[in-house]
Write a protein that binds this ligand. Structure first.
Ligand code: FAD
Ligand code: DLZ
Ligand code: SF4
Length: 507
């Protein structure tokens, strides 16, 4: 009997497990379906990127001799579900078994588990840590801190290691990083790729079908095949990696990317593999082309944070996305969907998200994420927003970053304390405050930076829980020393701000 080989839209790697298992006569099944394109209102650039990359990958497989059954979104008979397409193709090719690579989302894993046909889900070994590796690491630990996991991953991969010691004698060089950036006309931007005929056709389809989703479809400059993704990788290693470390936490109004790699879309869709990306960075360091704090910082994001986040998602199980440890219930305000705001930092982060389907880590964590947490937004709504608007968003990586790292909704599994800050941090790391209607130095009054008001409001609302944390407790001393009137004013103005925001006023 024929077997079907399922390749999902984020499994576009020649080395993916199901393709390695393919035999003569098997049929590769790929499908553009509304169930996947519509489980959240994805940014149009994300849908276009994946559909174009899927079409090109299918053509590449066909050229390499695979039998491929590819369903386009508008094809007659498209059931608009991955499961439906597998059953339809099984009937068409008289197949009795599906070979899949485990999807990156519980929803699809469950769907495949209960599909009325035999399905084998192979481990996704594009990741460097298997579920068993992560479970073994996590077992019996009181706290699942990324840094300890990362050190094991360094030893396991041998990346930046001198024998059994870390290169340079330290595991982590972050103390050399975290510098604010200056505007620089000469800073290199990632390469932009003109859409070819395949991509143009997809752009027209996405415009017609998803044109109302939040986000600009055009101009579209992402690579949509492996050659382009490799070009982006080599360009980053050559031009930006050396400065990545020092400036990775910086934010500039007129430079949305700074020295970030913008490789997450390609890594997460399978056009690049994590090991090759890290090896390219490690070789650049070995050749003396980039400084150690940059190579180490970059590699840590991939073999550390990326693998750790996936480990947490699968360890914690399907209910992780509905956690709400701080019991936050406020609706996501309209300004996240492009509604006007006077906050220059939010306007910048959300504006570039709309244009590019991309914001870098500190914009996601310390601007939009920080604001949502301070304002007490329901983490399920925050999760849905991040899953929708970023080109690199898949639940296995987005949920632990949002629910865990950013919103502290998992109660402290990913982070030992909430990532919250007043306007001070944003002012130190960016040039946003200079052009803002609010004043970052004002703590009360009409001009008070909302991050300042909401910071204290958040800290006091959650005092019972947070004061016990030794990393936070001394902050309450500052509050207690504040004049009683001042404290009352801050809380009243915070409440007024939140009320006006929730009523749709421009804040
Ligand atoms: P760089 O800064 O150049 O970093 C290099 C690579 O490291 C990235 O491409 C990525 O693969 C990896 N990386 C860095 N930080 C993380 C991290 N915290 N978790 C996982 N991988 C990391 N990343 C996603 O890939 N998809 C998401 O949906 C996603 N959602 C996020 C939501 C929130 C609230 C936050 C705070 C972070 C989220 N991140 C997500 C992590 C991070 O912001 C992005 O990986 C990064 O901004 C991608 O841009 P880049 O390729 O330029 O990264
Ligand atoms: C994100 C996405 C989109 C927009 N569309 C498709 C699709 O039409 N077909 C497909 O196979 N995959 C798509 N994907 C990626 C899946 O949603 C992804 O495989 C799961 O979320 C698991 O990570
Ligand atoms: Fe953001 Fe406050 Fe600075 Fe305005 S003053 S940009 S709201 S941090």
């Amino acid at each position: 009997m024929t077997r079907l080989i399922l390749v999902l839209g984020d499994q576009l790697s020649r080395d993916v497990a199901c393709l390695r298992a393919a035999q003569d006569g098997d049929v590769v099944v790929m499908a553009e379906v509304m169930d996947e394109a519509g489980y959240v209102r994805h940014h149009p650039k994300k849908i276009a990127f994946l559909f174009a990359a899927m079409r090109k990958f299918a053509a590449e497989l066909q050229d390499a001799g695979f039998r491929v059954a590819y369903t386009r979104l508008d094809d007659a008979g498209n059931s608009q579900k991955i499961g439906g397409e597998l059953l339809r193709r099984a009937a068409q090719f008289e197949a009795d078994e599906v070979i899949a690579t485990e999807p990156g989302e519980w929803r699809l894993i469950d769907m495949l588990t209960y599909l009325p046909i035999k399905v084998r889900q192979l481990p996704d070994d594009r990741f460097l840590a298997s579920h068993a590796d992560f479970e073994a690491w996590a077992k019996d630990r009181k706290e699942l801190r990324m840094e300890w996991f990362y050190r094991e991953m360094r030893r396991k991969t041998g990346l930046l290691m001198d024998g059994d010691q870390p290169a340079g004698g330290q595991w982590n060089y972050d103390h050399d990083n975290r510098k604010p950036a200056q505007a620089d006309m000469l800073r290199q931007q990632p390469p932009s790729f003109d859409p070819d005929a395949v991509t143009q056709e997809v752009l027209d389809l996405v415009e017609a079908r998803f044109g109302d989703n939040f986000g600009d479809l055009r101009p579209f400059g992402y690579a949509t095949d492996r050659d382009g993704a490799l070009k982006a990788l080599h360009h980053f290693i050559r031009h930006s990696l050396d400065m990545f470390g020092p400036y990775q936490d910086a934010m500039l109004q007129d430079d949305p990317l700074l020295h970030h790699s913008v490789l997450s879309p390609y890594l997460n869709a399978g056009l690049l593999l994590p090991r090759e990306v890290c090896e390219a960075a490690a070789s650049a360091y070995a050749d003396g082309k980039v400084r150690l704090n940059s190579a180490e910082g970059f590699i840590r994001q991939i073999i550390g944070w990326r693998e750790y986040m996936r480990g947490i998602y699968f360890l914690e199980g399907p209910d992780y996305t509905s956690r709400n440890a701080l019991n936050h219930q406020r609706k996501l305000p309209w300004l996240y969907w492009g509604g006007a705001t006077k906050m220059a930092c939010m306007a910048a982060a959300i504006g570039q998200t709309r244009r590019l389907a991309y914001a870098h880590h500190i914009q996601r964590l310390m601007v939009t994420g920080n604001f949502a947490l301070l304002a007490g937004i329901d983490p399920a709504e925050v999760h849905e927003w991040y899953l929708s608007v970023y080109i690199d968003a898949y639940e296995w990586v987005e949920a632990p970053n949002t629910i865990g790292m950013s919103q502290f909704a998992d109660g402290g599994i990913v982070g030992s304390k909430p990532y919250v800050s007043s306007g001070n941090y944003i002012n130190k790391m960016s040039d946003y405050c200079r052009g803002c209607d609010y004043s970052v130095s004002a703590r009360t009054g009409e001009k008070a930076c909302p991050f300042n008001l909401l910071y204290w409001d958040f800290m006091i609302r959650h005092r019972d829980r947070l004061e016990a944390n030794p990393r936070i407790s001394r902050i309450y001393g500052n509050w207690d020393r504040m004049d009683e009137d001042k404290r009352r004013t801050i809380r009243a103005e915070a409440a007024d701000f939140l009320r006006r925001m929730s009523e749709g006023e421009r804040v």
